[in-house]
Design a protein around this ligand. Structure first.
Ligand code: NCD
Length: 300
């Protein structure tokens, strides 16, 4: 079974995947060895874009399930010699991988991969719209802390327009009945929204009374060159500081998918405050969710 986007999952399927991930998280934390369901299986981790936590957590997840991993990096591949993406995909397919995990800046890369590969394909982040395993791991952490997703108020703050993390989170949270506040300067807000989503340009209004504040990195690499960006002004208006959090969302947990830009979207004393920051828990949950996704990909 492929996992190309949150659009392919119902709320029940999301919930089942999170239940499975919970069991894996428990095993990771207690250092219990998981059943080697990927024994004799080989996963290709095909990353056409940079990554630290997503790539390594897929690798860790596959190995924890007894599988083996080949890391493909576009920067050192024949793509640099002019080979087309389709030729690359067909070439990799003929080596008979058992699972194909792919990240790329093209939105349609996971779909294209699923057409050219005979094994299950998992989207590890595509373009500016989709990053399903990130949204699942975020949901796992939220559910752990808040015991539910239905009715939970989540503020997503930052460069929403260029963020696939925001894209998949919005989709998942809406499916599961959460209320989403999107906070950003006009030029970072999405061009359209759906029900249960409110837009804010004022951060204090947007985070007021929420259960979760999810901060996003400003993705300069995805912006058109002429976009305005002043880091100091941005931090003043949209940076998450301890005082702002305690004044407007005193009970909220703080999330960030990483990589963080400290002093631009988030203050260090917020990022490192274990009373409410769950940023490192997200990394740990990432391995468990990817184990669950690899497990799920074996079903037909
Ligand atoms: C994000 C990504 O690459 O989409 N990181 C991640 O996967 N944890 C977000 C980002 O690059 O800011």
């Amino acid at each position: 079974m492929n996992l190309l986007g949150i659009k392919d999952l119902s709320c029940d399927e999301i919930s089942n995947l999170l239940d499975m991930a919970d069991v894996y998280l428990d095993k990771i934390q207690t250092k219990e060895i998981a059943e080697p369901i990927l024994q004799n299986k080989v996963l290709i981790n095909a990353f056409f874009e940079n990554s630290t936590r997503t790539r390594i957590s897929f690798e860790m997840a596959a190995m924890r399930l007894g599988g083996q991993v080949i890391n493909f990096s576009a920067a050192s591949s024949s793509i640099k010699k002019g080979e087309t993406i389709i030729d690359t995909l067909q070439t990799l397919n003929m080596m008979q991988p058992d699972i194909f995990v792919v990240r790329a800046k093209q939105e349609d890369m996971p779909g294209l991969s699923s057409k050219h590969l005979s094994c299950p394909v998992i989207n590890a982040g595509s373009g500016m719209s989709s990053h399903p395993t990130q949204a699942l791991l975020d949901a796992l952490v939220m559910r752990k802390h808040l015991k539910r997703l239905d009715g939970v108020k989540v503020a997503i703050c930052g460069d929403i327009r260029h963020s696939r993390v925001a894209g998949s989170n919005i989709e998942l949270l809406q499916k599961c009945g959460a209320i989403v506040h999107l906070i950003a300067p006009e030029e970072f807000l999405p061009k359209s929204t759906n029900i249960n989503t409110k837009l804010y340009t004022d951060m204090n209004d947007g985070i007021a009374g929420v259960d979760v504040v999810m901060m996003l990195r400003v993705q300069k690499e995805r912006m058109e060159d002429n976009i305005w960006f002043d880091e100091h002004a941005y931090f003043k208006h949209y940076g998450l500081t301890h005082d702002r959090l305690k004044q407007f969302a005193p009970k909220a947990i703080v999330m960030h998918p990483g990589p963080m830009n400290r002093g631009i979207e988030i203050a260090s004393d917020v990022a490192d405050n274990a009373d409410y920051s769950v940023i490192l828990q997200q990394v740990e949950a990432g391995v468990a969710v990817r184990m669950a996704c690899l497990d799920y990909s074996r079903t037909s």
